[in-house]
Design a protein around this ligand. Structure first.
Ligand SMILES: Cc1cc2nc3c(=O)[nH]c(=O)nc-3n(C[C@H](O)[C@H](O)[C@H](O)COP(=O)(O)OP(=O)(O)OC[C@H]3O[C@@H](n4cnc5c(N)ncnc54)[C@H](O)[C@@H]3O)c2cc1C
Length: 445
């Protein structure tokens, strides 16, 4: 009886596809609707020199057990490579290695006492198992107080600005603590290097395997199928109106994995208390300029920018992590920003943005010349990063919405961890379990 239930899923990113796979595997009739031509959401890819590359830079940490387990289940565990990575800081016109405790001790922009203090502080954060005490205080306040003003400005402000731009001072220390704990997990191998995970052939292989697994279990996965409206009748969600389809597709349960502002647009009327939670969350826009170049900008994979004259927050040279031979020998560089949606950069073309960034690229590598750039791409997501303030947890909307048979599973509900593919897989697992639980209860009553 259960197996006849139809489940409609809005969004073909990691949360939607994982939920779809779990429910199809449990015997339900699953239909996934993705608005874009490609599946994968924020981890979608595009073709580069006979390979695929993520629209936004991607890797996983050794602590990302949910996605690792999923890849095992899908039979693609062997495709996950764990590769040493090079992290660095750009400060005062110089590139510094920044992976090991020794790198911190060698980091001359800070006094020896400051370096020691930052090292002890990082160790304290790594060893603190319960971050609850960090929730009510902002990361800026806590780090400034504990590390001192200079160390805060040189070392800690950059990763905060890197994710939250001019909203950085509102971010809870709980978020920062979570990041430090996560990174510690990837550095355990003798503390001499950090390894990060990347699937051979890009994250596309995970997306493809999920879609194939849903289809193999009788489900449907549709792209270029934007949901325009979640249809309700008698207060219950019962179907989806999809662009270009004449009839409402009817379902027993509907799961939305879209950002909260999109959900608000397509959802049936929601009680004010729930709608207010959806409206409360603010996001930073992720803006990434990707360059295909003949030469390398630096020797570092992930270069944090701690320099007010550089107008992007990180320079991530993918080919310093995955060798350029995989991409016809070219160098691939992401220039990353997180900005308010109204920032002038968000209205620029890729050409204008490259012109804006060029002086900074020369600052990092004085030999840089725009002629190195053979091709470029610009990607943007207005729901790039929820801003995790101190009172964030009080405003997280429930997965079960007040509209019966309608569920929400999006990145705003990932807390206290930072959003990531691993946590969207966990979200997909959780929402599938919740839906199954509800179906089982309803069938029993
Ligand atoms: C710049 C950047 C860098 C990142 N780096 C990493 C990293 O290194 N490692 C990592 O693990 N994670 C990283 N992430 C995060 C990770 O990609 C996301 O957490 C994860 O992919 C989110 O998956 P999701 O399914 O929850 O949401 P999304 O990927 O946002 O999926 C939602 C889907 O819904 C679709 N949709 C929207 N509206 C509609 C509609 N009306 N009808 C149908 N479909 C619709 C969207 O097109 C999208 O595909 C990064 C994210 C960004 C922005």
């Amino acid at each position: 009886m259960n197996n006849a239930k139809r489940i409609g899923i809005i969004g073909g990113g990691f949360a939607g596809l994982t939920a779809g796979y779990r429910l199809a595997d449990a015997g339900y009739q699953v239909s996934v609707y993705e608005a874009q031509p490609e599946l994968g959401g924020q981890a979608a890819t595009f073709p580069v020199e006979g390979n695929r590359l993520e629209i936004f830079y991607h890797h996983i940490f050794t602590s990302d057990q949910h996605i690792v387990a999923l890849m095992g289940e899908l039979g693609i565990a062997d495709e996950l490579q764990w590769i040493p990575s090079k992290m660095g800081y750009f400060h005062g016109g110089k590139v510094y290695d920044f992976v090991t405790p020794l790198d911190l001790l060698r980091f001359t922009p800070l006094s020896f006492v400051d370096r020691l203090r930052c090292g002890l502080l990082t160790l304290y954060l790594q060893r603190t198992a319960d971050g609850e005490r960090f929730r009510p205080v902002t990361a800026t306040q806590w780090l400034r107080r504990m590390a001192g003003d200079r160390a805060y400005r040189v070392l800690f402000e950059s990763p905060l600005r890197g994710k939250f731009g001019d909203q950085k001072d509102e971010v809870s220390m709980m978020w920062f603590w979570g990041k430090v704990r996560l990174r510690a997990g990837s550095r355990q191998a003798g503390m001499t290097k950090e390894v990060l995970g990347y699937p051979r052939g890009s994250f596309q292989i995970v997306t493809d395997a999920l879609a194939a697994a849903i289809r193999a279990r009788g489900g449907q996965v549709m792209t270029e199928a934007p949901v325009e409206r979640i249809v309700a009748e008698g207060g219950r969600a019962l179907g989806l109106r999809v662009a270009g389809q004449p009839d409402v597709a009817r379902f027993d349960k509907i799961i939305a994995t879209v950002p909260s502002p999109v959900f608000l647009q397509i959802a049936p009327e929601l009680p004010e208390a729930y709608a207010a939670r959806l409206r409360w969350v603010r996001y930073q826009t992720a803006l990434c300029l990707v360059l295909k170049m003949t030469r390398s900008l630096s020797r570092i994979y992930w270069l944090n920018i701690s320099d007010p004259q550089v107008p992007f927050v990180a320079a991530i040279e993918h080919t310093n992590y995955i060798p350029p031979e995989n991409y016809g020998g070219y160098r691939l560089l992401y220039l990353s920003n997180y900005l308010a949606r109204t920032h002038r950069y968000c209205a620029m073309s890729k050409k204008e943005l490259l012109a804006e960034y060029t002086p900074a690229l020369r600052r990092i590598n004085p030999e840089f010349d725009p002629s190195w750039v053979l091709e470029s791409w610009l990607f943007r997501d207005d729901a790039g990063q929820p801003i995790v303030t101190c009172d964030y947890a009080e405003h997280i909307p429930d997965h079960r919405t007040p509209v019966p048979d309608l569920y929400l599973a999006n990145t705003t509900q990932i807390y206290p961890e930072d959003r990531g593919t691993n946590y969207s897989v966990r979200l997909g697992n959780q929402i599938a379990a919740l839906v199954r639980e509800d179906i089982a209860r309803e069938s029993a009553s």
